[in-house]
Design a protein around this ligand. Sequence first.
Ligand code: PHE
Length: 450
Amino acid sequence: MESTNNNRGFSSNLGAILAATGGAIGLGNIWRFPYTVGVNGGGAFIIMYIIFVFLLGVPILMSEIVIGRRSQQNVMGAFKVLAPKHKAWLGVGVLSIVAALVIYAFYSVVAGWTLNYIVLSGSGQLSGKSPAEISQMFADFTHGSFWPLIYQFIFLGLTASIIILGVQKGIEKYTKILMPILLVLMIMMCIRSLTLDGARQGIDFLFKPDFSKINGNSVLDALGQALFSLSIGMGAVCTYGSYIRKQDNLFTTSLWIAGADTFIAILAGVAIFPAVFAFGLSPAAGPSLVYEVLPNVFNSMPGGMAFAVGFFMLLSIAALTSTISLLEVLVLWAVEELHWSRRKSAIILSLAVFTIGVFCTLSFGPLSHVTIFGLTIFDLCDKLTATYMMPIDALLFTLFIGWYLPKVDVYDELSNSGQLKARYFKVYYFIVRYIAPLALLNILIAGIIS
Ligand code: PHE
């Protein structure tokens, strides 16, 4: 049993942790987390976020991993194996596949932008520009069609080529190389930012909580950000879960993933906010924070352009380890369910993603007038997945573990058939049965009403 498992999946616990952490750490940490913190007023939001990650995120993460590892299957096959008599559960697999496809389509747009910004900063085109000119460059680039599509295509190709190499020789090997580089680049960015005159204010903003800034919306933002950042609710965790070795401890593995993901998000805050404050810019700029605001920061720092290149490389590496996990959900499904080869699956599915992705990219430019329910195509994909598909999918995953799969099976998987003590089990099971479904239902309803 163990040796077949080893051949199918990751070769070590470290490999599993790094790959899964790489999937979790992405644009969500470095692009979305800082601006969400900025918009929600700083420190108090971060405390709430951390509570959500560990109280709800970790149990849901563990549940999705249990489904993957117990079944040793792709996200669709998992429900065939674990619920053979109740075909309706296959719906969770279908929902996960669709969510992965749609998320990948719009995520690859922003991932492509990072490549453009490596080129822009590396060739000195951002140097010496005024804030108005930098905003104009961002607008000109994103409103175009040729270059954004090319960069998106390159990103999809890069991801597919790593996936084609396989789980151990592709995903595991490359995440093992990329994650340490990401950490080193991140620490360098933090040191630079903290040593700027006036960095103090940014640190206060991040770490001095002001609870008067918390309202109902920020609670939901924190919970939604926790789900997105941990990649919960679209099958990526379940897929990687199926690669985790039978002898590994799922509780500690999940804690490592959640801990590393949160640590990097906070480091991103430390890299960004002191610099934003030191140069008198607004922390609440929103989604354009890293593309429109940070180039001004780099411009006003000695040696700033070298840091700009470093920062955008960091962002693209983080995005790449996430797109790898997104494509793997689709590829493993095609390999196991449609019996396609890995290469064929990666190529055809990437082209399918690009077909939707083209519309997402063009919705910033030539198709910006096309709106559905008042949203552009990009915003629609983002909203559909973040507000509906991921919370619904995460809810179904937790209901499956909390109410459908026999409790002894869940215990058996978490304790590695009794080899581990799993003392946390009672608390875990209570959260998965009652608290997590209620919290997810809450986000779902609030998302629908708003
Ligand atoms: N967690 C990733 C991030 O923080 C985003 C992601 C979501 C990746 C869902 C895969 C699946 O950027």
